[in-house]
Design a protein around this ligand. Structure first.
Ligand code: PXP
Length: 249
């Protein structure tokens, strides 16, 4: 892969959302991750939430065992999940804020406001050989705080840009650009994620120094549409075995 090529990390949380909606054992996040790998994803991301609304602990350990590409675990800085991460040993952990009632991660982590706690967790994870990333808004204070707590990687929160319309949109893009420039200058790896889709990708790609884009919801949503014809054909074909006597061959 050329050095400048932007990497794609696929977040497969919403494959698990579909499974949890029925309380069954399909679709399997592991099977989805393997298809992502086959299609060229450079890493797989999952978010093990405290409320376990999609990804479950068993998914994390199964992916840890079965993936060929690096596994990035998003998680809150809370004792229970930190202990699980230390046991599972993902390649990378991205610390994110978490609120119980949010639909998805809202806003970046306030690293500047919680430096001692984040530094302690980042240190423990790093000591276990896990690369630590912090999901933050493109804000000078937060970027400097990320460097101060010793994280080698930040993931810039692109959600505000992706949701903004009109003049606010270019202002938000500018924040991402300036944030990436600053982060690169102070030696941080810059990833980005949240809300990225095929329509806003061009804007995101104007941000310099990017290493990895973590994209989830839009890819899973698109997969449902792209895969619909094949799934319907498969069922139709299976139903052709029907015989009016009730005996299938
Ligand atoms: N990066 C982080 C830190 C996230 O919390 C999420 C959502 O789980 C994503 C990327 C992916 O966002 P989306 O599903 O909107 O592509």
């Amino acid at each position: 892969m050329p050095k400048h090529m932007l990497r794609l990390g696929v977040n497969i949380d919403h494959v698990a959302t579909l499974r949890q909606a029925r309380g069954v054992d399909y679709p399997s996040p592991m099977a989805a991750a393997q298809l992502c790998e086959k299609a060229g994803a450079q890493s797989i991301t999952i978010h093990l939430r405290e409320d376990r609304r999609h990804i479950q602990d068993g998914d994390l350990f199964e992916l840890r065992r079965g993936l060929k590409v690096p596994l990035n675990l998003e998680m809150a800085n809370c004792h229970e999940i930190v202990e699980i991460a230390l046991k599972a040993q993902p390649d990378e952990v991205c610390l994110v804020p978490e609120k119980r009632r949010e639909l998805t991660t809202e806003g970046g982590l306030d690293v500047a406001g919680h430096q001692p706690a984040i530094k302690a967790t980042a240190g423990r994870l790093a000591a276990a050989g896990i690369r630590v990333s912090l999901f933050i808004d493109p804000d000078v204070r937060q970027i400097r705080a990320a460097a101060a707590v010793g994280a080698p990687v930040i993931e810039l929160h692109t959600g505000t840009y992706c949701n903004a319309r009109g003049q606010r949109r270019s202002a938000e893009l500018n924040k991402l650009i300036q944030g990436a420039i600053l982060a690169n200058q102070i030696g941080l790896q810059v990833n980005a994620g949240h809300g990225i889709n095929l329509d806003n990708l061009d804007g995101i790609m104007r941000v310099p120094h990017l290493d990895t884009l973590n994209i989830g919801h839009s890819i899973v949503a698109r997969a449902v549409l792209i895969g619909m014809q094949a799934a319907v054909r498969e069922m139709s074909r299976a139903m052709r075995r029907y015989h009016p006597d009730g005996v299938s061959d």
